[in-house]
Design a binder for this molecule. Structure first.
Ligand SMILES: [Zn+2]
Length: 502
């Protein structure tokens, strides 16, 4: 449902230029400045005075089934506030907008709101943010804080990257060694020095109860958690736990280095498929998401080339090369998930050996994979590294920045992304949405996560929610208000865009 956009800002809903003029003890919101920008704001005569702490008591809720699933109408009138939506999600987004019309300062007891009508709905159904909790681990409370940031930005998908070479982070009852062994590494490479590993044991994982807690916390904010279980690459933590699942069958360790490694799962063995199916069965019990992400990226093929079981499998299945063997894996895992009513998402590498029409592609190596997939009629989520990789530097003056993986992706560039570029109107319908990705090789603390996330995720949120009629100068203006919410919540954020404005 891509109706018109509305705004979704979580916190920012900086009311458009919501300038709060303070007269005496009453603060006046003079302009509606919300992030992401609503589709339509119509100003009216008059004002409404409210106590921010008790604003919900003034609200009348109405249902209009004609509105889109996440759409809402927010009316501020002299007599009170009315929120109209067809679903609780729409009402939630209206509240996020209203929140942004109120001052972040909780001590303010009276606010004069300008009368207005906001008609809003998102451009894209999938508005996502990803977090890698494998390279570095983040606590349940930190993940919840991440979800709060998404909610303020009216984002509705949290891509939870749970398995990697450097750590397996989700308890699986049928395979306890995944977390007894696979959740911990005996050291971590020091900064970018591949010859130096510290000797500090590092790790952690989420119990199934903790996962349920996170899923519920997200659902309460209308966010679906999309889990990612990497198949068939990025497998070292799993292989260290169950070496029999690799081609070589022994000698694996949870990896202390960043990168791409040749030791991947062996699809020549039936027990590997049993493992994936058992793991995914528990994953499906924990995550109600229709979509399960099965990775598929960065899977070197050299072990498969040497493995007699993999070669035998290729012969039996008529695979012309190892890329087609990966396609066989993807197809088989997809069929298993489809049989349980779920759909797969895979990184764009799953296109390489041929892909089923029902797989959804996450385009990360630029937009080419996504464009190719949309032309084939596959659904696509756009996460190109050129616009959506939030682990990249935010300034060229890297000496003043915390260590990052590389790149240069300032918020202006993030904001300039057009997910439809290169696609005909007909092909555009296959673009489900947009996502920001946050890989954490060089991000050890949650404070640093926030710094990389904010304000760039707000730019992605506005692309995903608003899409048309975006204007960077106008966004930057509204962000001045939204940042007051960052401050009030104690969230760390990059200040480059604000320094320029000053
Ligand atoms: Zn093999």
């Amino acid at each position: 449902m891509k109706a018109t956009n509305i705004v979704r800002t979580v916190l920012t809903a900086a009311l458009g230029a919501i300038i709060f003029a303070s007269c005496g003890k009453t603060v006046t919101c003079e302009k509606v400045e919300i992030v992401p920008k609503p589709q339509q704001v119509t100003m009216q005569e008059g004002t409404l005075k409210v106590n921010p702490a008790r604003v919900e008591e003034k609200i009348t809720y109405k249902t209009d089934a004609a509105l889109g699933e996440e759409a809402y109408v927010l009316e501020v009138a002299p007599k009170g506030i009315t929120i109209t939506s067809s679903t609780p999600a729409g009402a939630f987004y209206a509240m996020q907008s209203l929140k942004q019309m109120l001052p972040a300062d909780k001590s303010v007891k009276a606010v004069k709101l300008p009368c207005c009508t906001i008609n809003d709905a998102p451009a894209f159904a999938y508005r996502g943010a990803h977090l890698d909790v494998c390279r570095h681990f983040f606590s349940v409370d930190e993940v919840k804080e991440y979800l709060d940031i998404l909610a303020l930005n009216k984002m509705n998908r949290f891509h939870f990257h749970l398995t990697e070479d450097q750590g397996w982070r989700i308890e699986i009852k049928a395979y306890p060694k995944l977390t007894e062994i696979g959740a911990y590494r005996n050291g971590t490479m020091v900064e970018k020095n591949w010859n130096k590993v510290d000797s500090v044991r590092y790790g952690g994982f989420y119990t199934q109860d903790e996962i349920r807690d996170i899923v519920k916390y997200a659902a309460d904010r209308f966010i679906t958690v999309v889990p990612e279980i990497e198949i068939p690459g990025h497998a070292l933590a799993a292989l260290a736990s169950y070496p029999e699942l690799g081609c070589r069958g022994e000698g694996y360790e949870v990896c202390p280095y960043w990168g791409v490694f040749p030791e991947v799962f062996c699809p020549g063995k039936e027990e590997t498929f049993k493992f994936w199916e058992d793991v995914l069965t528990e994953v499906m019990e924990l995550f109600p998401s229709e979509y399960i992400h099965i990775g598929g990226d960065e899977c070197p093929k050299e072990e498969w080339e040497k493995c007699p079981l993999c070669q035998k499998r290729m012969k039996e299945e008529g695979c012309a090369n190892e890329f087609e063997l990966q396609s066989y894996v993807t197809r088989r895992v997809e069929a298993f998930l489809n049989a349980h009513g779920r759909q797969i998402i895979g990184w764009d590498e799953i296109l390489e050996g041929g892909v089923t029409p029902t797989a959804t592609i996450m385009s990360w190596r630029g937009t080419a994979g996504g464009i190719d997939a949309a032309k084939k009629g596959n659904k696509v989520i756009m996460t190109p590294n050129s616009y959506c990789y939030l682990d990249y530097y935010q300034s060229r003056d890297v000496d003043k920045e915390p260590l990052a993986i590389g790149g240069f992706l300032p918020v202006e560039k993030v904001y300039s992304f057009n997910p439809y570029e290169g696609l005909t109107k007909e092909q555009q319908q296959y673009i489900l949405g947009v996502q920001g990705n946050l890989w954490t090789e060089y991000i050890k603390t949650f404070d640093h996560v926030e710094y990389m996330l904010l304000p760039r995720i707000c730019a992605i949120a506005e692309t995903a929610w608003t899409l048309n009629g975006r204007d960077y100068a106008d966004f930057a203006q509204r962000m001045q208000h939204l940042r007051t919410y960052f401050d009030a919540n104690g969230w760390n954020y990059a200040k480059h865009m604000f320094e320029k404005a000053e």
